[in-house]
Ligand binder design. Structure first.
Ligand code: NAP
Length: 288
C-alpha cells in the first residue's frame, strides 16, 4: 500500500496560494476576501468553518465570518447573501453546509452570485461543469468547481495517477461530492461509473475500478473484496466513530494490498480546504 499524502500536497498548494496572494497585495494593496456564513451552532460545522478561517489567515487571504442564529429565516440568510453579493470587498462566499432543511439550503445556494460561489455549487457553475467537455475547457473558463471533487482530481494528478482511459467508479452521487467528482473524472477522460444506494452489484463494480472514489458516509463500508489489485483509492468519507475519525474504507483490511490510497484523516480533507482557497482566488479574479 502506498499512502497518498493529501496533507503534504495541500500544504504545497497553500504555499503557492500564499505567494500569489502576496503578489496581489504588492500590486494592488488589496487581498482576496472570503465571506463565511454559518447558520446555527452545529459543532462539526463550527470545526470546519474554523479550519477554513485559519487556512485563510495562514495564506494571507482575508476572511469575514457571519454567524446566524439557528432560527434565522430563509429571508434573513438570503438578505445577508445579497449584501455580500454586491459588496465589492468580498471576493467569494462560503455557506457552510449542511442545513437542516434541504429546500432552504438549495434556495440559499441559488442566491449566491455565481461569480462569488466559493463552493462551486450554484446551478450556473454546476451546469457549466456538465456543459464543458474537457478539463482544459473547465480550467480555461475559470469555472468554480466544487472543492472536494476538484481536490480529488488534483490528488490524482499530483500522485501521477493516470486518469485518461481508466475505469473510475464513484460510490455516492451527492451534489457536493459524488456527482461533480464523476463529471470532473469524465472531463479528464475517465470512463465513469456512478454508484449509489440503489446500485445492485456495488462490490463487482468497485472491483472493476482502476480509480475508486468512495463518498458514501458509512464507516469502513468498503473492504479489500471491493478493490482491484493496483487500484488508486480516494476515500472521501469522514465518519465519527468511538475510535475517532474513519473513512468509508476498512483501512486495516486493505493495508497489505498493492494499492495507492488516501488516509482519513490527512487525505481528501486538507485538499478540500486548499481548493476553497484556490476558488477564492479564482473568484477574486472573476470579480475584478
Ligand atoms: P450524502 O449527501 O449523504 O451522500 C451519500 C451518497 O452515498 C448518496 O449518493 C447515497 O446514495 C450513497 N450511498 C449511501 N449508501 C450507499 C450504499 N450502501 N451503497 C452505495 N452508495 C450508497 O454525503 P456527501 O455529502 O456526499 O458526503 C459523503 C461522505 O464524504 C461523508 O462521510 C462526508 O462527511 C464526507 N465528506 C468529506 C469531505 C472532505 O473534505 N473530506 C467533504 C464533503 C463530504 P443515494 O443518492 O441513493 O441516497
Amino acid at each position: 500500500m502506498i499512502l497518498i499524502d493529501g496533507k503534504k500536497i495541500a500544504n504545497d498548494i497553500r504555499s503557492e496560494i500564499k505567494e500569489k496572494v502576496e503578489q496581489i497585495k504588492f500590486k494592488t494593496n488589496s487581498v482576496p476576501c472570503l465571506a463565511t456564513i454559518l447558520v446555527g451552532e452545529n459543532p462539526a460545522s463550527r470545526v470546519y468553518i474554523n479550519s477554513k478561517i485559519k487556512a485563510c489567515q495562514e495564506c494571507g487571504v482575508k476572511s469575514v465570518h457571519h454567524n446566524l442564529k439557528s432560527n434565522s429565516s430563509k429571508e434573513e440568510i438570503i438578505n445577508l447573501i445579497n449584501q455580500l453579493n454586491i459588496n465589492p470587498k468580498i471576493s467569494a462566499i462560503l455557506l457552510q453546509l449542511p442545513f437542516s432543511d434541504a429546500q432552504t439550503e438549495q434556495e440559499c445556494i441559488n442566491a449566491i452570485s455565481p461569480n462569488k460561489d466559493a463552493d462551486g455549487l450554484h446551478p450556473f457553475n454546476a451546469g457549466l461543469l456538465t456543459l464543458f467537455k474537457s478539463q482544459k475547457e473547465i480550467s480555461q473558463n475559470n469555472v468554480l468547481t466544487s472543492c472536494t471533487p476538484t481536490g480529488i482530481i488534483r490528488l490524482l494528478q499530483k500522485s501521477d495517477i493516470e486518469i485518461a482511459g481508466k475505469t473510475a467508479v464513484v460510490a455516492g452521487r451527492s451534489n457536493l461530492v459524488g456527482k461533480p467528482a464523476s463529471l470532473l473524472l469524465l472531463a479528464n477522460d475517465a470512463t465513469v461509473i456512478m454508484a449509489h444506494s440503489k446500485t445492485k452489484n456495488l462490490k463487482e463494480l468497485c472491483k472493476s475500478a482502476d480509480i475508486l472514489i468512495t463518498a458514501v458516509g458509512k464507516p469502513q463500508f468498503i473492504n479489500k473484496d471491493f478493490i482491484k489489485d493496483g487500484a488508486a483509492v480516494i476515500d472521501v468519507g469522514i465518519n465519527r466513530t468511538e475510535n475517532g475519525l474513519v473513512g468509508d474504507i476498512d483501512f486495516d483490511s486493505v493495508k497489505d494490498m498493492n494499492i495507492k490510497i488516501t488516509p482519513v484523516p490527512g487525505g481528501v480533507g486538507p485538499m478540500t480546504i486548499a481548493m476553497l482557497l484556490e476558488n477564492t482566488l479564482k473568484a477574486y479574479r472573476r470579480n475584478l
